[in-house]
Write a protein that binds this ligand. Sequence first.
Ligand code: C2E
Ligand code: CA
Ligand code: CA
Length: 238
Amino acid sequence: QPIVDLATGEIYKAEALIRWMHPERGTISPLDFIALAEDTGLIVPIGDWVFKQAVRQAHQWRQRFHPSFQISVNISPVQIRQDNLVCIQWSEYLIQEGMPRQSVAIEITEGLLLDAELNEKLLSFRDAGMGISIDDFGTGYSSLAYLKRFDIDYLKIDRSFVQNLGFDGGNQALCEAMVMLAHKLGLQVIAEGVETTDQRDFLAAVGCDFAQGFLYSEPVPSDQFEERVWPAVTAIAD
Ligand code: C2E
Ligand code: CA
Ligand code: CA
């Protein structure tokens, strides 16, 4: 799914969102199988596969669309807990592919920052130079001190705040406050679930950096991204 720069309308970021193409049941949502993959441990090889696909895709799109194209991948706490070497292996993969570290960003949820065992490992991703985003921001328990301590790059405002922006002054205030807070701490902000031009305009007016949502495109396979989404969104920006 593309992530659009609100100031220029350009696309040089995207989020990798997995689907299971089942031969009989058709497309299965991650909401229906990620939890199962976590319980069985399969999340480790699945997560590796997602990461490698993202790196390869970023490589192509850096050549084709934008020299600093970045793809973010969702990482499950179970993955970090079970696989001690994940960070080292991913760093090595980036080197092997000749890709700069910033060509990928890792999306984690707020809870992970508060887990002492896991946040140690999180530091190794940061030290390896990969981008780090806090996903679904505002829905969990977060400690603002952690945002600074872990040198987080992006804060993703959860869809629930964006959805009611039009008619809920409270959510307007919250979105604006989150943008201000993030900027004071040196983070950039991505608003999730942007579906209307009113939401986009409000977010742009309060200085939100990026937007992602059905207004621009639902998540699509990479060939459709190239053939349809990128040209269409970029044409609007021009
Ligand atoms: P998420 O990381 O919060 O991803 C955003 C979800 O919001 C996606 O659902 C996306 O399709 C949906 N979305 C995007 N724009 C809009 C919009 O404008 N309106 C609405 N109503 N929804 C929008 P999706 O693709 O079903 O993914 C669900 C969750 O599954 C993700 O939530 C993420 O937590 C997890 N997930 C997806 N791919 C992976 C993966 O590769 N690894 C892991 N560990 N988790 C994944
Ligand atoms: Ca995400
Ligand atoms: Ca999210």
